[in-house]
Design a protein around this ligand. Structure first.
Ligand code: HEM
Ligand SMILES: *[C@@H]1O[C@H](CO)[C@@H](O)[C@H](O)[C@H]1NC(C)=O
Ligand SMILES: *[C@@H]1O[C@H](CO)[C@@H](O)[C@H](O)[C@H]1NC(C)=O
Ligand SMILES: *[C@@H]1O[C@H](CO)[C@@H](O)[C@H](O)[C@H]1NC(C)=O
Length: 323
């Protein structure tokens, strides 16, 4: 009798789990009835900000990646990156690798516009996912439909930014970081192509150009002229806080130049270079370097996968504070 009650309970639990996971799953038409046509308000906010500041697309793409990769349950895309610190809590945005995070105001402006259309309906996490897509598309990259229905989280901890992969990671560390989140080697190679946009500070690639190992000062996988240039920009006793390098030679264009430069020894991070140390990953790098269309297709598919890792609870009214 007890065993039967147990199995009935188990059956109920299983049904409940299936139901609740389908309730939290995302869909393309999630807001069709509650807030149709709001996506153009997000696109307009990104467009407007880009006109005044060309670094906005890189900032938003990195912000979304950062959001998705951080949270203890590995279901990160919950806009926790947008929350500001409080008296009792230091938030993600004030955690260590935050030098590159900026342009939060773009998401706030988009949210304000969307709130005017339909108050309290669209989550900040969805707005950030859409803005990241727009940032890529408006920079000449692929466009894709974003499944929606994310909820915003209530927890944001500076200490959890440790969950981000580090630029000194090798291929096995990168693969582990991605596979923990259900992302494959192909996702890793395609999403690393996000480094076609933006800028890196000296501290992020310092390991490759000074005191690289016990025997050599400079990473020998770097092209010598490229390394010399990075060393000129970032001398060992570097005092300039904002010194650094663009990620590829077409900083503001979303293209496959990152992969071409990587094959030529001109990548910025050890984690980029690491993609060439695995034969399968290297073959993908070669494929994306040879075809921008293949890269665009793979990037869009992997972005949808990454941005579906979500587990929030509410729809915030102001993206900076919990409800
Ligand atoms: C694979 C593991 C990754 C590592 C280790 C990594 C590491 C970094 C680091 C260290 C920076 C520079 C921070 C600074 O010095 O200011 C950076 C910048 C950036 N990352 Fe990544 N990243 C990774 C994956 C990604 C992914 C998946 C995306 C998006 C799809 C992305 C998009 C960007 C962008 C756009 C920037 C430039 C930000 C700006 O200019 O404002 N990264 N990344
Ligand atoms: C990064 O964190 C520091 C404190 O650790 C904070 O003063 C700064 O405003 C943060 N930067 C951003 C862009 O939030
Ligand atoms: C990557 O680094 C980790 C930690 O330092 C090390 O244990 C591992 O052997 C390295 N893997 C490769 C492929 O170099
Ligand atoms: C280089 O690294 C070694 C040990 O790895 C360290 O003892 C030395 O101080 C470093 N040199 C500089 C200039 O940072």
């Amino acid at each position: 009798m007890a065993a039967m009650a147990g199995s009935v309970l188990l059956a109920f639990l299983m049904i409940f789990t299936i139901l609740s996971s389908s309730v939290s799953s995302l869909s393309l038409n999630y807001y069709d009835k509650t807030c149709p046509n709001f996506e153009s308000a997000v696109t307009n906010a990104v467009k407007k900000a880009m006109k005044n500041d060309r670094t906005v697309p890189a900032a938003i793409l990195r912000m979304h990646f950062h959001d998705c990769f951080i949270r203890g349950d590995l279901k990160g895309c919950d806009a926790s990156v947008l929350l500001k610190s409080t008296k009792k809590n230091v938030a993600e945005k004030d955690g260590p690798p935050n030098v590159s995070l900026h342009a939060f105001y773009v998401i706030d402006h988009a949210k304000e516009a969307v709130e005017k259309m339909c108050p309290g309906v669209v989550s900040c996490a969805d707005i950030l996912a859409l803005a990241a897509r727009d940032a890529v598309a408006l920079s000449g990259g692929p466009n894709w439909a974003v499944p929606k229905g994310r909820k915003d989280g209530r927890i944001s901890k500076a200490s959890e930014t440790r969950q981000l992969p580090a630029p000194v990671f090798n291929i096995s560390q990168l693969q582990q970081s991605f596979s923990q989140r259900g992302l494959s080697l192909e996702d890793l190679v395609a999403l690393s192509g996000g480094h076609t946009l933006g800028f890196a500070h000296c501290s992020s690639f310092q390991n490759r150009i000074h005191n690289f190992s016990a025997t050599v000062d400079v990473d020998s996988t770097l092209s010598p002229s490229f390394a010399a240039n990075l060393r000129r920009i970032c001398p060992l006793q570097n005092k300039a806080k904002n010194a650094g390098s663009t990620m590829d030679s077409t900083t503001f264009g979303f293209d496959n130049v990152y992969y071409k430069m990587l094959l030529g020894g001109k990548s910025i991070f050890s984690s980029d270079q690491a993609l060439l140390t695995n034969p399968k990953a290297k073959a993908l790098v070669q494929k994306f370097a040879a075809s921008e269309a293949e890269f665009g297709k793979a990037f869009a598919a992997s972005m949808v996968k990454m941005s579906s890792l979500t587990g929030g609870q509410e729809v915030r009214l102001d993206c900076k504070v919990v409800r």
